[in-house]
Design a protein around this ligand. Structure first.
Ligand code: MG
Ligand code: MG
Length: 287
């Protein structure tokens, strides 16, 4: 449902209006959600593997043909597929990779730490080399990416045992509660300086619950204390200005929780900012 809501909100025309050549590759096909209980600590692992492989193959095709892939979701576990493809592409090209994970959650659970077994709480752990063989095998290597190259912004909900794992890892986690409004610019400056120092390819994985639920109610797991509209816009504009972003996930939009597609419309605005929209070009006026 999420991708359709973004299409209805005009994501394609918004980006083409900025001068980008946009090709909608349509929806990927995969198994339905069987709504089963966890097996060996994972919910729906076989189905997730099929979906992540489909995402991996589509993102690989897009990168190979010179496109900047924008993956619309969907469950955030699909980012395992997109990051696997991006990491493989970067390894083949000898290009350094950084991942900026915009999310209210650390997504660093394993079956030993997850209270639910939901794989949408585990993608960062899988990317960093902890998870089921079936998902680790999607990558070109284990880990797909060193944890030190995964930068997390927006985190404000971490499960109790997961917290220990996050602290013990080398993830660069920016605690949202320690960033006030005036601090977002300084935080993004610091993050993007780190990324630019390494150079290469920046993959942005944008979980819509990164945003404060007061402006973005259309998610399944809202957490108060997220970025305001202005902070989120600043964040996206600064990513664009860095010139580093080379692939993007937009995940976890849930129209069933939304109010008149307002979250989808906001996400389209933020994606426009990620692709170069500026306030002074928003309303073009003939003089
Ligand atoms: Mg997430
Ligand atoms: Mg989240």
């Amino acid at each position: 449902m999420g991708p359709e809501a973004l299409r209805v909100a005009g994501i394609g025309t918004a980006l083409s209006g900025l001068g980008h050549d946009v090709v909608d590759w349509g929806n990927l096909a995969g198994p339905v959600n069987p709504d089963h209980a966890p097996v060996d600590g994972y919910r729906h692992l076989p189905e997730t593997v099929i979906w992540c492989r489909a995402v991996h193959d589509a993102v690989s095709d897009a990168l190979r043909s010179g496109h900047l892939p924008v993956v619309l979701g969907g469950d955030h576990c699909l980012a395992i597929g997109s990051v696997a493809a991006v990491a493989r592409h970067c390894a083949d090209k000898g290009v350094p990779l950084s991942v900026l994970w915009l999310d209210a959650h650390a997504d660093f659970n394993t079956p030993q730490t997850s209270p639910s077994g939901n794989l949408h709480g585990m993608p960062v752990a899988v990317i960093a080399g902890k998870g089921p063989t079936e998902l680790l095998d999607l990558g070109h290597a284990v880990p797909m990416l060193d944890a030190a190259r995964i930068i997390q912004l927006g985190v404000r909900s971490v499960d109790a045992v997961e917290k220990r794992e996050v602290v013990a890892s080398h993830l660069a986690v920016w605690d949202m509660r320690k960033i006030d409004e005036s601090g977002m610019r300084a935080t993004m400056d610091s993050i993007l300086r780190q990324v630019q120092a390494v150079g290469g390819h920046l993959h942005v994985s944008f979980d819509v619950d990164f945003l404060d639920p007061s402006i973005a109610p259309g998610v399944g797991t809202p957490v108060s204390g997220g970025p305001t509209y202005r902070e989120a816009q600043l964040c996206m504009e600064m990513i664009y200005d860095s010139g580093c972003m080379a692939s993007l996930d937009v995940m976890e939009l849930n129209p069933a929780c939304d109010v008149r597609n307002a979250t989808a419309c906001l996400v389209v605005e933020l994606v426009e900012s990620l692709f170069g929209e500026q306030i002074l070009s928003r309303h073009k006026v003939d003089l």
